[in-house]
Design a protein around this ligand. Sequence first.
Ligand SMILES: [Zn+2]
Length: 328
Amino acid sequence: MTPADVRELPALGIDIGGTKVAGGVVSPDGTILETARRATPGASVSDTEDAIAAVVEELAGAHDGELVGVGVGAAGWFDRTGDTVLFSPHLAWRNSTLRKDLGARLQRPLWVGNDADAAAWAEYRYGAAQGSDLALMITLGTGIGGGIVLDGRLRRGSHGVAGEWGHMRVVPDGRLCACGNRGCWEQYASGTALGQTAREVARTSPAAAALLLERVDCEPERLTGEHVARAAYDGDPLALELVTEVGYWLGQGIADLAAALDPEVVVIGGGVSVLGEMVLRPARERLDRALPGRGFRPGPRVVAAALGAQAGIVGAADLVRKAVAEGE
Ligand SMILES: [Zn+2]
């Protein structure tokens, strides 16, 4: 493949979440030309890899012509090279040699890494963080994911697990987290947090949560973040209050990240970000009050992701293009 081919041909991007494998044929300008998806059979490593291979075959079949390679972003912690998935909370990978296994099956150039890293790269290349010296991505979904683009490069840390700020401690001895610690940021600013707070309120003061409880046949344990998000859209005052609280915690965490890293822009993506200004406005207000040295220094811009749910696919495709171009 010539350098011109690498610049001009499309690449495949694959985004692996807890429930689905989604893929796309992506042109060099970030346009998605074809898409395909499969359910993620998370119980076994080989089933998940079968689903990835099936999506790749379908897309390669649908696309008439050569492809640069395959970029794969997955919800999990990777080592620095992307060779090994150290841990994936929703899938079966535990110290799995994903890149070697997939490389042997697909016989194509491969980039493998964290899904939020891929999203961060997409926002830097084509979206809300274009041209930024230091951009941070925060994906608000079931938990909080993150990515760092510094001086035009994706930074994965010394061991590959930089940007996992969902596990910064924001509340001493707070809510228990799947990572083994208490009080992690994602326990207060995520879709899961939204659901948990709603259930707590509904259990202790059902009258205040009457509108929310109507959505789940008066069974508080069934309330999820999605119920709260929909209720907030419909103007339910309690739901709006809970969403504002998530925004407050988001802004507090961003202030702490600003203290450590001084980013130019912080891009908010993931499922919860569909709430837009309902979350972003309180986040910016809290950031203004909590930024260290406020009044005497600039803070980061806090903006919504531009590429939405496709960011992982677009970013992974561009990252394999970059890897091939640089001979990695
Ligand atoms: Zn944690």
